[in-house]
Design a binder for this molecule. Structure first.
Ligand code: IPM
Ligand code: MG
Length: 360
């Protein structure tokens, strides 16, 4: 029986539309091969939405997202919108979508592919075999805590304020996702906080520690965030699954991503308690190379694989995409960001074409 899925596509800004076009072709081909029917619906977010509607997250976009089975997002933002007031910036649209869809769990894998080891800035022996999953809390912490804003003090000075706050239930629900993720991976979970200084982090640590009683098959450890940043570049192979709050996760996931040599290769998944998840590359909209057919579409394509695996429960389709990506890399095709000696340099579209051949 044919299974049907409704997918909302959010191409966004910069290189977004180019990498989304490649991914759409890949999904169509996978669908026809495995008898999966996809209905695609495109919606606006970020700068594209600002230009068309005046705001970064039109209500129709949220509605379209809520009515779909999964959401595939490319990237948002660009110089053009950087000077707008905060509530009108593309980033605010992204944060609004995370909050609006309740996407509290952000899964960011950093897996080094053997074909790309030499693209890493670290030594081969340090990165070979690295396979880390960062589980980042995405709808709480300092990104959303109140009070926030710039206030005027009694002496007439301005005072900028953000608040890092987590409640028991917010910590517990991300903790559960992290322990369960670790169970399916290497069985090791490292919780990252700043409990030596921050009260909010002490609560985080206490709750995560208490939860570990329910997950006796997971080996739990704790690191302060400064040490974690250092350990990530010193000996990343010590990590399996990492769980951390919104801000620390933002920072550490970029560092973990770069271990693999190219942030242009990494997908991510943002999941809620129920309802559709959002699947997107870790990289941004790269406005400097937009429209030049230079972008690496592979993180977007791998995000579609993550969507099939975690959002639509279609592991076979996900495997098929991931295998094809490895196959084109084995054949020596590279976009500029991962180019190596002796490899064949291709643009975004040509990468899509060789992927379709590999899929067939
Ligand atoms: C990310 C990005 C976003 C974040 C920005 C664009 C709001 O850096 O997804 O990591 O800080 O979460
Ligand atoms: Mg970030």
């Amino acid at each position: 029986m044919t299974q049907s899925f409704r997918i909302t596509l959010l191409p966004g800004d910069g290189i977004g539309p180019e990498i989304m076009a490649v991914t759409l072709d890949v999904l169509k081909q996978v669908g026809s091969k495995l008898d999966l029917e996809f209905t695609f619906q495109e919606a606006l977010i970020g700068g594209a939405a600002i230009d068309a509607t005046g705001g970064p997250l039109p209500e129709e976009t949220l509605t379209a997202c809520r009515e779909s089975d999964a959401i595939l997002l490319a990237a948002i933002g660009g110089y053009k919108w950087d000077t707008l007031p905060r509530e009108l910036r593309p980033e605010t649209g992204l944060l609004g979508m995370r909050a609006g869809l309740g996407l509290f769990a952000n899964l960011r894998p950093a897996t080094i592919l053997p074909q790309l080891i030499d693209a890493s800035s670290l030594k081969r022996e340090v990165v070979e075999g690295v396979d880390i999953m960062v589980v980042r809390e995405l709808t709480g912490g300092i990104y959303f805590g109140k009070p926030k804003g710039v206030f005027t003090t009694e002496t007439g000075e301005q005072r900028g304020v953000n608040t890092m706050a987590y409640t028991d239930s917010e910590i517990d629900r991300i903790g559960r996702v992290a322990f369960e993720t670790a169970q399916k991976r290497g069985g090791k979970l490292c919780s990252v906080d700043k409990a030596n200084v921050l009260e909010v982090s002490q609560l985080w640590r206490d709750r995560i520690t208490a939860m570990s009683a329910d997950y006796s098959d997971v080996e739990l450890s704790h690191l302060y965030v400064d040490n974690a940043a250092m350990q990530l570049v010193r000996w990343p192979k010590q990590f399996d699954t990492i769980v951390t709050g919104n801000l620390f996760g933002d920072i550490l996931s970029d560092a973990a991503a770069m271990l693999t040599g190219s942030i242009g290769m990494l997908p991510s998944a943002s999941l809620g308690a129920d309802g559709p998840g959002v699947f997107e590359p870790v990289h941004g909209s790269a406005p400097d190379i937009a429209g030049q057919d230079k972008a690496n579409p592979l993180a977007q394509v791998l995000s579609a694989a993550m969507m099939l695996r975690y959002g639509l429960n279609q592991p076979q389709a996900a495997d098929l995409i991931e295998t094809s990506v490895l196959s084109v890399l084995d054949q020596g095709y590279r976009t500029g960001d991962i180019m190596a000696e002796g490899a064949t340099l291709v643009g975004c579209q040509a990468m899509g074409e060789v992927l379709l051949k590999a899929l067939a």
